[in-house]
Design a binder for this molecule. Structure first.
Ligand code: C5P
Length: 218
């Protein structure tokens, strides 16, 4: 029997991070924030002065990404980059390198390595479609662009980053379009995924729904 995976995919700022993290905590499962890996790769490329179109060079960085996740903190080559990777500019850079097939391929092994006992909650765009097609429970979280821009706005302000609603709506729409239009692992619900719209429910309500789906699935 294989190690159970719950995949939670969805667009930017749909609440995946918060929800996936809480589901993992409730079940005592490991948690994979795959977006963070794309963000770390983008940050690493920028730090190395590598242009974001340099597919091979970025894939080479991604394959040996010197990252570490510890108590809610993220490290890149020993530096605490927890706040740096959450910046909107890094999210946009991440979505640019995420279209490159060699970069996606280079990150597969690292993502799969998070699958450990007693189980994994994996959050991203292609967790249920590509990385963990055998996930026991697949979820696709969505929310309106407005609800997502509002959440992202609050997150950024809380962290002390500048934020502008109009720019955020534009960024989100652009990022959604790029994530859905790409040929390699485009953002779309996995076959059999439970589609959960979080525009009008709280994170905890979403967590409850996912936990009861999972309980029914096992
Ligand atoms: O989820 P997050 O906003 O942190 O992800 C940043 C970017 O990384 C996304 O816009 C998407 O382009 C890319 N990504 C991806 N596949 C994943 C996770 C993230 O392409 N599994």
């Amino acid at each position: 029997t294989s190690i159970p995976v719950i995949s939670i995919d969805g667009p930017t700022a749909s609440g995946k991070g918060t929800v996936a993290h809480r589901v993992a905590k409730q079940l005592g499962f490991h948690y994979l924030d795959s977006g963070a890996l794309y963000r770390l790769t983008a940050l690493s490329a920028i730090r190395h002065g590598i242009a974001l179109e340099q597919e091979q060079a970025i894939a080479d960085l991604a394959r040996v990404l010197p990252c570490r996740f510890e108590k809610g903190h993220v490290f890149l080559a020993g530096d605490d980059v927890t706040d740096a990777v959450r910046q909107e500019a890094i999210g946009v850079a991440a979505s640019k390198i995420a279209v490159l097939p060699l970069v996606r391929k280079a990150l597969v092994e690292l993502q799969v390595s998070f699958r450990q006992l007693p189980g994994l909650v994996a959050d991203g765009r292609d967790m249920g479609t590509v990385i963990f097609p055998d996930a026991i429970q697949k979820v696709f979280l969505t929310a309106s662009v407005e609800a997502r821009a509002n959440r992202r706005y609050k997150q950024l302000i809380e962290k002390g980053f500048p934020a502008n609603m109009e720019d955020l709506v534009k960024d989100l729409a652009e990022r959604d379009a790029r994530d859905m239009a790409r040929t390699e692992a485009p953002l779309k619900p996995a076959p059999g995924a439970f589609i959960l719209d979080t525009s009008h429910i709280t994170a905890n309500e979403a967590v409850h729904q996912i936990l009861s789906l999972y309980t029914d699935a096992v």
